[in-house]
Design a protein around this ligand. Structure first.
Ligand SMILES: [Zn+2]
Length: 417
């Protein structure tokens, strides 16, 4: 092939390229301007959309709070408060409840038990009875407040009613008879009362209110009493707190003041092992379970476990965004070590003082490590993380909304152009 032809060809190609290049340059400049415009608009939208969402997002509040460092790792394990817990006193508190008889809602035994709890708690706190009705049956919750005027509240709760039927009894002829509820009802109440005694006697200047709540009408669902649901007392209480906050809260308090809500239910059986309940705050559970570990109760507070879904008195509170923890056993598992749930064998013979002690000491140690006024930080627990409160989901949502609006604006501007 001829070299000259090649030369012209190449020159021709160069000319063409030059023209093409200048056209490309112009096109790129336009594209660059468009891109910068697109980038600026989407950034403005992204920031203006994102800011309010981040501000209202519940996870933001927890970002502001310094990292939780358990006191035992700062100063060495101080168990002074926990050591005051007397398991014999707690055990006697169960026996006294059983001495009243079956504490079925609407009965005189139930009323006497509520009055006894209220009178005992008045030694340690400001204690009141709150009356309500379920199907015209008189029921009552007892609420006792230690250090009642503080703007933050830690709630500890249990139910004191006992179930009207023993539908799981091995002896089928006993399935219509009531249960004594030494563990299912009695144990939680007993530990709370002993905790209140210890707290009231402590010389610590707490800057938080401690509420001890004793629910009626928890344990009558599924035909315990015909037509009744589980947790009637706690459902009634949360509705009242929302409708008539002045009846429950002091001036600076509201539902948002509740820093933690810990429920004790069946804490007195042998081989105590608490479950991971699905409505609970992961953070609150981890805190309490790690404290249980630090006290040497590893098998009671497993750090890793499958989640269970239990309808109990903490659920109405968890549903209001309050960080909850249900200290409860896997009562449906007959191999769990305490197979007497809803049977006539839920009596004092199947109560372990050791389990009462493990529970009482751990919750008191939690109080000491979390609410000690000498600490220069105040832990705020996040409530149960829902799909939409996950920061990554919020971030992805903002990104998708921002980008789609930017694309729409870009489309509109190119159509106009
Ligand atoms: Zn029960």
């Amino acid at each position: 092939m001829s070299g000259i032809n090649n030369f012209f060809l190449r020159k021709d190609l160069k000319m063409k390229n030059k023209k093409c290049f200048s056209f490309l340059k112009l096109n790129m400049k336009k594209k660059l301007i468009n891109f910068i415009r697109f980038f600026l608009i989407s950034s403005i939208i992204f920031v203006s959309l994102g800011m309010p969402i981040i501000i209202i997002s519940p996870s933001e509040t927890s970002l502001q709070i310094p990292e939780y460092i358990p006191l035992n790792s700062q100063l060495g394990l101080n168990t002074t408060l926990a050591d005051q817990f007397n398991p014999t006193y707690a055990y006697n508190n169960i026996q006294t409840q059983l001495d009243f008889g079956y504490r079925i809602p609407g009965t005189n035994e139930n009323l006497e038990c509520a009055n006894w709890i209220n009178n005992q708690m008045q030694n340690y706190s400001e204690s009141e009875i709150y009356n309500f009705t379920v199907d015209d049956v008189s029921c009552r919750n007892v609420i006792s407040r230690v250090n009642p005027n503080m703007s933050q509240i830690a709630v500890f709760a249990a139910h004191y009613d006992s179930r009207a039927i023993a539908e799981k009894d091995l002896d089928t002829s006993l399935r219509d008879t009531p249960i004594l509820g030494a563990n299912d009802g009695g144990s939680g109440v007993a530990v709370l009362m002993e905790m209140a005694r210890v707290l009231a006697a402590s010389k610590i200047n707490w800057n938080i209110s401690f509420w001890f709540v004793f629910f009626d009408a928890e344990d009558q669902g599924n035909s315990g009493i015909n037509g009744w649901d589980w947790c009637e007392g706690s459902k009634w209480m949360i509705n009242e707190m929302k409708n008539q906050p002045d009846v429950y809260f002091r001036k600076t308090q509201s539902l948002e003041s509740i820093n933690s809500f810990i429920l004790l239910d069946m804490v007195g059986g042998d081989n105590l092992k608490f479950i991971h309940e699905i409505h609970d705050s992961d953070e609150l559970r981890q805190t309490v379970f790690e404290i249980g570990h630090s006290l040497g109760y590893e098998s009671t507070f497993p750090l890793e476990d499958a989640e269970h879904n239990i309808e109990d008195d903490h659920v109405p509170f968890a549903q209001e965004g309050i960080p909850t923890l249900d200290l409860i056993i896997d009562f449906d598992d007959l191999t769990c070590g305490w197979p007497y749930h809803h049977t006539t064998a839920d009596n004092i013979d199947n109560i372990s003082q050791d389990s009462l002690k493990i529970t009482g000491r751990t919750v008191l140690q939690f109080i000491y490590e979390t609410y000690n006024p000498e600490l220069d930080f105040f832990k705020k627990f996040s409530s149960k993380e829902t799909f939409f409160s996950n920061p990554f989901v919020i971030g992805a949502g903002i990104l998708i909304i921002g980008v789609s609006i930017a694309i729409l604006i870009k489309k509109a501007t190119t159509m106009n152009g």
